[in-house]
Design a protein around this ligand. Structure first.
Ligand code: B12
Ligand code: SF4
Length: 376
């Protein structure tokens, strides 16, 4: 096989340098070789923990108009990185010149432990963030998949991504037949709902592409109806500025006062639209031990997490995606949760302990929470 692909590469029309890697273009190959390679990539992908692997071209068509409309309406809020490379995001061939195919991979993260019933004084952290940061894990696995390909066919041009570059991951995965887009905008599959991450390898190989699958949402609007902050302006249209995931993770400053009561006890991300989706009732559990909840993050109490010092936060959340928001925003989010909890001596005393915090942001949210808890 290596020899066959070496001959193919000898037929190359040109090459281009991307990072440290030579990107070859115009490889002419026998379709059977590519089909055979594609099957092997799927098998290696499965062995590496990817529940599904799909192949698509580099054209995103109408997605660019959808993205530009979304940005023009300001739905990205403070996520400047979304606006920064807007057209590049919708044009994979410009992001990685020479790329001919995108190999898109799904890794399931649904935790193996069932969720305990949560009280309003408990902290709710979204499922994807309770274990190890998926960015590093997925990236390493995608690299391993690329390494398998190199051992099989020799060097070729590629780049791996997961949530790390201007890439429209859901759109690519949808085009590659990994699932259909739910009305909550996430990718959905019959067998795994939406509890998974996506990652890609852009390659300069003319691998045959897969066909998209049909959508199976029908008239259901459970995800749209379940959103605590009414963040959907319609099916497939999310105003991120109202989404709890944005408010607790991406937003750096003060959380809009009118949205605070709607956030409840969700202190990092939000799973409600996914929890409401009927397709998520039958999802397989993750095979990755690294995604298992750490430090009891699936059952922690707000008052306990609010007591963490900055060094507790940094030590306990080393390797967790939560660490990137920093201790200040962590306290901001928990203060909102405490302000939404039922009044009790413990909750008031816990908040009062931080009413003179060095951070303006924390002080302001603590003062709001204490006002919320005033009797009468
Ligand atoms: C920015 C971002 C966010 C933002 C905005 C989310 C959003 N929906 O745009 C915020 C911070 C809110 C967010 C939240 C979450 N995110 Co996020 N996020 C991203 C990111 C970085 C970019 C998404 C993007 O391009 N948005 C821009 C808008 C324009 O895109 P869009 O919604 O896809 O818009 C299209 C549709 O509206 C469509 N459209 C318009 N009208 C119509 C009509 C029809 C009929 C159809 C079919 C389509 C359609 O056209 C638009 C353009 O194509 C991706 C990673 C990546 N690089 O792709 C992860 C990603 C989408 N997020 C992910 C996750 C897990 C989440 C959360 C579940 C995390 C959590 N538990 O808190 C929540 C879910 C919230 C939700 N319902 O979307 C996963 C989703 C995996 C999956 N199963 O799909 C991704 C892919 C990250 C990853 N690598 O795994 N996220
Ligand atoms: S993640 Fe939560 S807040 Fe965001 S759209 Fe879904 S249900 Fe609404």
């Amino acid at each position: 096989m290596r020899q066959v692909f070496a001959q193919r590469r000898a037929q190359c029309k040109g090459h281009r340098l991307i990072g440290q890697r030579v990107f070859t273009t115009g490889i002419i190959g026998d379709m059977h070789d590519w089909i055979d390679l594609k099957k092997k990539i799927r098998d290696w992908g499965r062995d590496l923990g990817f529940a599904a692997v799909g192949f698509t071209g580099v054209e995103l068509g109408a997605a660019e108009a959808g993205l530009l409309d979304w940005l023009a309406a300001g739905c990205h809020g403070e996520m400047d990185y979304m606006a920064r490379h807007s057209t590049l995001r919708a044009r994979p061939a410009e992001l990685v010149p020479g790329a001919q195919c995108v190999i898109t991979c799904r890794m399931d993260y649904h935790p193996s432990l069932p969720d305990l019933p949560r009280k309003p004084t408990d902290a709710v952290i979204s499922r994807y963030a309770r274990g190890r940061d998926y960015h590093k894990l997925l990236r390493a696995r995608l690299q391993q998949l690329a390494d398998h390909m190199i051992s099989e066919i020799g060097s070729f041009g590629y780049r791996v991504f997961t949530d790390s570059a201007p890439v429209m991951e859901v759109e690519l995965a949808q085009n590659a037949g990994l699932g259909w887009r739910g009305k909550h905008t996430l990718l959905l599959t019959r067998e795994a709902g939406s509890w998974f991450f996506l990652g890609e390898i852009f390659v300069d190989l003319p691998l045959p592409t897969d066909a998209p699958v049909s959508a199976h949402c029908g008239d259901c609007t459970a995800c749209l109806d379940a959103c605590p902050t009414q963040a959907f302006s319609g099916p497939y249209q999310l105003d991120a500025r109202r989404c709890i995931s944005y408010l607790t993770i991406e937003l750096k400053g003060s959380i809009p006062v009118e949205l605070r009561p709607l956030i409840g006890n969700r202190i990092y991300g939000c799973d409600d639209c996914q929890l409401a989706c009927p397709w998520n009732r039958f999802t397989p559990l993750t095979r990755e031990a690294d995604f298992a909840p750490r430090h009891g993050l699936d059952r922690a109490k707000l008052v306990d997490l609010f007591a963490w010092s900055e060094s507790d936060f940094n030590d306990r959340l080393a390797g967790s995606p939560i660490r990137r928001i920093g201790h200040e925003r962590w306290l901001r989010n928990i203060a909102v949760g405490l302000g939404n909890a039922p009044r009790s001596t413990e909750v008031v005393a816990t908040l009062a302990h931080r009413q003179d915090d060095a951070s303006d942001l924390v002080r302001e949210h603590v003062a709001w929470a204490l006002r919320q808890l005033q009797p009468g």
